[in-house]
Design a protein around this ligand. Sequence first.
Ligand code: 2P0
Length: 326
Amino acid sequence: MSKTVTAKAHTNIALVKYWGKRDATLMLPQTGSISLTLDHFYTQTQVRFNDQLPTDQITFNGTRLAAPQAQRISTFLDLIRQQSGQTAAAEVVTTNHVPTSAGLASSASGFAALAAAASRAAGMTLTPTELSRLARRGSGSATRSIFGGFVEWHAGHDDQSSYAEPLQDPVDWDIQMIAVVLKKSPKPISSTAGMARVVATSPYYPAWIETTKHDLTAMRAAISARDLEAVGTIAERSAMRMHALNLSAEPAFTYFTADTLTAINTVKDLRARGINCYYTLDAGPNVKIICAGRDTTVITTALKQAFAAEQLIVAKPGPGITVTED
Ligand code: 2P0
């Protein structure tokens, strides 16, 4: 029986998006990306290797996962067993502290927490960079959730060179995000499959690679200058170009719903009234609004004309991963 290790990882929202792999086995992305880790949403995961167990036993939010759902996690645990020499099956208990109806991505915080807890429980001692590389093998966005504040994932060219590092942590200026949690619609396509289709079929993909290089440079400068307007402007255009890739894929798809456009238009109206706020969107209908903390009240008041108060969650920059051993 191994020791029991618990890890807590926060989710992150990309400001310059990752949307496409160049190696699906090693999970190497086509481009780098930059994100902000949030305080409000996190995953806590406990792992213990137990040689009495016939197979991995995964409990997610209090429910035991059946084999098909547990497969991606077991495959990731196999990688850790291979790297550590640990041979036992694992008991994994994971809790997602993301409002249940939120539909916000949890694979970033989920695989970051699992990588940290399972590697330590298996007897490995990894540096933050090594942990970031390991989390990448579970899910691309998890690479960035090892760190707090603003984080850059370097695309790299092999397993060794593809990892994230902090750009600014703690964040010492006033930037927050408001998540607008919209009605769940059947997800048209998973992130993994959606980005693969885009890389394979969008005629605009070469332009995405080029413009993302410029956005990364501009975003680094904007973060370093603590310039909310520049951060928001670059984030908005990266998000819209990512979603334009989806519309240009064959067959085309979109994560937007009518409510998504209502939230986007509210942000545009607020901006026309002189309020510094910008939107970004991931692989789902929810809109995240980048703004200063002092403006959150006026923004949520405007949003409440179309959405319920429970659909609006204000989040601040959050910390990197923490690991404890029992
Ligand atoms: C991101 N997203 O940079 C982008 C923007 C969503 C939109 O990374 O296939 O769950 O596991 O690497 O990380 C969501 O995709 O996909 C994502 P895999 P992942 O945050």
